[in-house]
Design a protein around this ligand. Structure first.
Ligand code: NAG
Length: 647
């Protein structure tokens, strides 16, 4: 987001959003600038290969990533073998595999046509493998001084050049796949003070040159790009390829602090603004409607109920027929003796609500942190690491909420509640995640999360999150029970049949679409960033959208519950959870739509992986929004029944 894209009128928003472009200016202590002297070695690290959209046909064809040193690529290795670079847990979980490389870059020293290693021979099987990766449009991801090696692209609308991380493994020349074996590495450097240089931009221009020859270690003779490398498939055929590179250092005025700006390009800032205004209008309308309906009618209802009450008492005093006045009243007051009756499966609901509260805190705090610039893309993997840390820590909230709610529901199996809260949903998520990874392993793509990382995750889960959750449960359990404002009758009341939009499915379909409406544009960009490995950083928008989504979920659910109670149906607990949670179905549907529009998988395995992660995401979203809906309704129900007098 550039500052000048923002209309001046919205001063508050601007100050919120203006934090985003300067995000790269904030640093964790560990991400301080590195200075080099001329001639110093600047390491180049390689990361996994990721699928990307090609320019000609912007569709994603695979979701697997590959290890850079997957043997069939025959990429050059350092003499003493590649070393793994230490990374954060989040970074590994989200697929990064960073390793050393044989490329030698010397600060401010131009070099042309160096060989990266001896000639490599591709057998026909290797050729088939690499060619199909080229068809699928895979990108190489390199890192120089923490910056991703990028391609220079132009925004079709504004003609502004920007850096798009990653560069192509190869391209299609007509029908034949061409492998890039030469890289022009163009590095922007900034002179901070005398003989004190910093890397502020990295571009790679890949070429394909069949006639390149290896001469000696580090020396080569580059061929011409008009004769490209095409790996030959077919029995017994093989192709010899020499990998070469040149390095160009270009002096730049960009200071270190703003070096990320050219990477963080917003394609169409208008669409974010449009969606924001759009959802703000929906929310205002909705909240306006809810408050008029509720405040006006409720006040009338309450006044009427209380008048009737008095009337009835006076009546009773006068001629002993108390029933007359009360008989006439209708609506939600009638169910006062049932509305706090424990729902079906109180244990299950409490556990879900605990987990939802945990997700709610995690999401809110992560977005707030990101908004304040703590999670800038310059500290790689910090976003995902922070998500995991917050999720683990908020196990405490999860336990606390679930045990308090369970106690309110009058549950007695509190040990089970203690146990299930930290285990059920996280266990399910982990199991699905694990299965999907088994799948990636099985397929031989090396982008799977390593087994050791999984193990670490389980261990810290049991060491940190489970005890915190148990502690939270215990503290919640020790708190006094939350008093319901009305007493529950012994015998459940009959529920009159109700039709139309109050039936479960229509009410869910109707209500779920609104919270989804508040976030769907940002959701689209988040999906883009997940599947196309792009940097997502529009946290200003996301923060506001999250807020709008919370308000919409709450408002629409309260409205539904009000109508439900008016129809004398007192099963509001699960209903409120599912009504708000229904937006998750829209999220899932949009994932399917996204698949149809932007993805085109060559193999069913990619599809399974995509579906698996979409289901997981939707499930979490269901629990999150459901929890918001439940607590909003809970507050509402307690409030309205507290304000009427019941004998
Ligand atoms: C390196 O080469 C580029 C392009 O040929 C040139 O613009 C730049 O000044 C050179 N840099 C150095 C340090 O010689």
């Amino acid at each position: 987001m550039r500052r000048h894209d923002i209309p001046r009128s919205s001063a508050i928003l601007t100050s919120l959003l203006a934090l985003t472009p300067s995000a790269a200016g904030f640093y964790f202590p560990g991400v301080a600038p590195t200075s080099y002297k001329a001639g110093d070695n600047v390491p180049l690290f390689v990361n996994h290969l990721t699928p990307a959209d090609s320019q000609s046909d912007p569709k994603l064809r695979s979701v697997f990533s590959f290890d850079y040193y997957h043997p069939q690529f025959h990429f050059c290795k350092p003499d003493d073998g590649p070393r793994e670079i230490r990374e954060s847990l989040g970074s590994i979980l989200f697929g990064d595999r960073i390793q050393t490389s044989p490329f030698e870059l010397k600060m401010a020293t131009n070099e042309s046509c160096k060989s990266a290693c001896r000639e490599q021979t591709f057998t026909d099987r290797d050729a088939m493998f690499v060619n199909s990766r080229i068809y699928q449009g895979y990108d190489l991801n390199w890192l120089v001084d923490g910056l991703p090696a990028a391609q220079l692209l132009k925004d079709p609308d504004s003609d502004q050049p920007f850096y798009s991380p990653g560069f192509a493994l190869g391209h299609l020349d007509g029908e034949s796949p061409v492998l890039n074996n030469h890289y022009d590495i163009v590095i922007d450097y900034h002179e901070a003070s005398k003989d004190n240089f910093r890397v502020v931009g990295v571009l790679v221009d890949p070429f394909s040159m069949r006639d390149s020859k290896f001469l000696d270690v580090g020396k080569a003779e580059c061929g011409s790009a008009s004769n490209p490398v095409i790996l030959e498939e077919g029995e017994g055929k093989s192709t010899v390829v020499t990998y070469t590179y040149s390095v160009y250092w270009i002096k730049s005025d960009t200071p270190f602090a703003t070096r990320w700006d050219k990477y963080l390009h917003v394609y169409d800032p208008k669409i974010h603004w449009f969606s924001l205004v759009n959802s703000a209008v929906i929310v205002t309308f909705l909240i306006g409607m809810v408050s008029t309906i509720l405040i006006k009618t409720l006040r009338k209802d309450i006044a009427r109920y209380n008048r009737l009450e008095q009337f009835a008492l006076e009546d009773f005093g006068a001629n002993g027929s108390m029933e007359d006045g009360v008989q006439e009243d209708s609506g939600w007051k009638l169910v006062h003796g049932d509305v706090f009756r424990s729902p079906k499966n109180p244990l299950f609901l409490s556990v879900m609500l605990g987990n939802g509260a945990q997700l709610f805190m995690m999401t809110g705090l992560t977005i707030a942190f990101a908004l304040l610039g703590f999670l800038s893309p310059s500290s790689r993997g910090s976003l995902s690491t922070v998500i995991i840390i917050f999720y683990m820590l908020f196990g405490f909230i999860g336990g606390y909420v679930s045990s308090r709610v369970y106690k309110f529901f009058g549950g007695e199996k509190w040990k089970l509640c203690f146990f299930y809260t930290p285990v059920a949903l996280p266990g399910l998520i982990f199991a699905v995640f694990f299965l999907l990874n088994l799948f990636v392993w099985g397929r031989g793509a090396s982008g799977a999360v390593p087994f050791t990382t999984m193990l670490v995750l389980v261990i810290i889960w049991f060491i940190i999150s489970v005890p915190l959750s148990l502690a939270g449960s215990w503290i919640g359990f020790k708190q006094p029970i939350i008093e319901a404002p009305t007493r529950t009758n012994q015998i459940p009341r009959q529920i009159p049949p109700s039709g139309g939009y109050l039936r479960p499915l229509p009410s869910m379909a109707l209500a779920g679409v609104l919270p989804f409406g508040a976030i769907f544009v940002e959701l689209y960009f988040i999906m883009n960033s997940i599947w196309f490995s792009k940097v997502y950083y529009m946290f200003g928008f996301l923060f506001i959208c999250y807020g709008l989504m919370i308000m919409t979920s709450a408002a629409v659910t309260v409205l539904m519950i009000y109508f439900l109670l008016l129809a004398e149906n007192y099963h509001w607990q699960w209903r409120s959870f599912c009504t708000a949670g229904a937006s998750a179905f829209y999220v899932f549907a949009s994932a399917l739509l996204y698949w149809m529009k932007d993805l085109s998988f060559g193999s069913w395995t990619s599809g399974v992986l995509y579906l698996g992660y979409s289901v997981l995401l939707s499930l979490l979203f269901f629990v999150l929004t459901g929890t918001i809906g439940f607590f909003a309704s809970w507050l509402f129900v307690i409030k309205i029944y507290r304000s009427i007098k019941v004998d």
